[in-house]
Design a protein around this ligand. Sequence first.
Ligand SMILES: [Zn+2]
Length: 285
Amino acid sequence: MAVINFTTKLSSENVFMPELPEVETIKNGLLDLSSAVIKDIIIRFPRLRYPLNREELMKMSGQKVKSVERRAKYLLLKLENGTLIIHLGMSGRITLYSGEAPQVQKHDHVDIQFDNYTLRYNDPRRFGCIVYTENPENSALLMKLGPEPFSSEFTPHYLKNKINNRKTPIKQLIMDNAIVVGVGNIYACESLFMTKISPLTLGSKLTLAQCKKLVTNIQTVLQNAINAGGSSLRDYKNANGDLGYFQTSHNVYGRTDQPCKVCSTPIKEVRLGQRNSFYCPECQK
Ligand SMILES: [Zn+2]
């Protein structure tokens, strides 16, 4: 029986791309694994973004889960001697089954068997990663990450200092994981709209007062998405197996040429750092 299941409809233009709110939601769905003991690891297909290291992963066998955490878009299972780091990449999907898992489907690359659960990892595009390390503080995956958006480190002064000399559009700066983690494209567009700052404005032009509003609005936008269960999940079964659909109501994201909800000016789309950016040319300066 599926306890938590992220089902996605994949197509070229409709790709499920887990962002911080989705990963937070998945993490919350995995909290039942606290104090579960890993019994076995089954690797059917080892070629993800980094090849799976069977020998390293087998070191998890017999270890108890101490906690389930999230860092940026990484899921962390803290074990007695080390940490399992999972990233869902572009299309990774985790299903947690209580008891035995059902028959294996296409792209079910890895099973982690616990005493009472099976965590199954499915990833059609194989950009995800599953790494076990006994030194998470030295992990190249985690080392260079900036502060969490909800942490006490992410203050207006911190942001101002980081962007003060940057002649880069603010949209690209807030999406830079070395400055702050977890601000994906949707959330960057929406928080800049709320702050009335154009995505094209250079970082060096922002005042401390604007940084203050932007920090608050990034947190608000992400918290709203977490409360809604993550806005890029198409359909989602919560811990009780109830299917929920999350309606997304974006102000600017994906609304090219539609009227701004504040001033009715058509929303503009611009390409910035290989990402589509959406903004109101009237409200955002
Ligand atoms: Zn407007």
